[in-house]
Design a protein around this ligand. Structure first.
Ligand code: SAH
Length: 383
């Protein structure tokens, strides 16, 4: 399948898929309709998975006609679906313009966590992340961000608002820096957390950032989503090398911004601190001790991510002993620490392995074609 032929046709119509509840209401008022109609349509789109206005049986024919003349519900197209032996599902999602991003669903202990992308490539360039190595194409639209949630739910069959939840948690930890795509990401978050759309609690939606400090403050004014920060180093000297945005917003400023964010929340929550463990770079026990000191300044839990290798990277994953030794320093100091275990290895779904297809790098697509699941059976993209 050629990328160009799989592209969704672009029309001039307004795509309602990414409209936040507030924007959808404004849209209905702007076309002379009562605001409550927007709630009905919101439910159709996000709770029943409607893709056309014809399905919306509690809305008059005249209004359905009017809506279909000016607007549409257009979901990004699934180019490839991979199902791993361990149940992990990965989608390569085709976007207007020929690029593709990836989303991953990880089932675990009765939960199913969906990891979604926010940009094509990434506007940051962290030294250990393969997404960054793909360069940057553009921000995803709100429809493309929320579209990944719809795609994941749809992969289990028709939408059933009263059935089991197929996606219980969403993390913005896929490709891209969500806070560099602020408005679209916030619209999508509002949809995830709205009771008339996906109704996920604020504890079950997590935005992960490399530390765009002013945007963290801005975020707290518009939502109370859970926050994760990609720290990866206990000192500015090292973090400058791993996470270049640290040169602009050093650790002390990031920690202060996180504390301001937490102070604004109405409930008691902690920040998730992500720390990718890289052999000989940031995994020494003395660095663990420095990290203990640093984390005392922040209500948080620590998530250690053993480095996932990718082609042309000189970094290595630490030995299991080194990972455990680092973890023990943290645990003994009273820091709640988990080690993120790699899932979906056989479909390249691990952290830092999401590469999608950033335009001008078309050779990547060869890896995904033909469409295969873990058993090697050829599949059609789900519809
Ligand atoms: N830009 C955001 C969202 C990406 S989240 C952020 O930086 O938080 C992806 C997480 O996986 C981040 O914590 C990132 O640092 C981590 N990661 C990236 N590449 C990795 C790799 N090769 N191995 C392990 N973790 C990696």
């Amino acid at each position: 399948m050629k990328v160009e032929t799989a592209m969704t046709e672009s029309t001039q119509k307004i795509n309602l898929l990414g409209f936040s509840p507030k924007k959808l209401e404004e849209f209905f008022v702007s076309i002379g309709e009562k605001p409550f109609r927007s709630t009905q349509v919101l439910k159709w789109i996000h709770q029943f998975g409607a893709s056309s206005f014809d399905e919306m049986t509690n809305i008059s024919k005249a209004l359905r006609q009017k809506l279909s003349e000016v607007s549409e519900i257009r979901e990004p197209e699934v180019l490839v679906q991979n199902i791993s032996k361990d149940g992990t599902r990965k989608w390569v999602i085709q976007l207007d313009g020929g690029s593709a991003v990836e989303a991953v669903l990880i089932p675990e202990n009765g939960r199913a966590t969906l990891c979604i992308s926010s940009q094509i490539g990434c506007s940051l360039d962290c030294s250990f992340c393969s997404t960054g190595k793909q360069g940057f194409n553009r921000n995803l639209s709100a429809a493309e961000v929320i579209g990944q949630v719809r795609v994941a739910i749809r992969s289990f069959g028709p939408f059933d608002p009263n059935g089991d939840r197929r996606v219980t948690n969403v993390v913005l930890m896929g490709m891209g820096e969500p806070l560099m795509n602020f408005d679209n990401v916030v619209d999508a978050i509002h949809l995830m957390m709205d009771d008339n759309a996906y109704g996920l609690s604020k504890r079950r939606v997590t935005l992960s950032t490399a530390g765009v400090v002013p945007q963290i403050d801005k975020l707290s004014q518009v939502t109370d989503v859970s926050l994760a920060i990609s720290l990866h180093a206990p000192t500015d000297e090292l973090r400058d090398q791993l996470v270049p945005i640290n040169k602009r917003y050093p650790i002390a400023e990031l920690v202060d911004a996180c504390n301001r964010y937490m102070a604004n929340l109405k409930d008691k929550r902690v920040i998730t601190v992500e720390y990718t463990l890289i052999a000989g770079v940031n995994d020494h026990p003395s660095q663990a001790k420095q990290l203990v000191k640093l984390l005392k300044r922040l209500p948080c839990k620590l998530n250690l991510i053993p480095f996932n290798p990718f082609p042309n990277s000189d970094y290595r994953r630490p030995s299991e002993d080194a990972i455990q030794a680092f973890k023990m320093v943290m645990v003994k100091a009273g820091v709640i620490t988990t080690v993120r275990r790699t899932r979906g290895d056989d479909v390249d779904a691990a952290c830092g392995q999401l590469v999608g297809q950033v335009m001008d790098r078309t050779r990547r697509s060869e890896k995904y074609i033909p469409l295969k699941d873990a058993s090697g059976v050829q599949q059609e993209p789900p519809r």
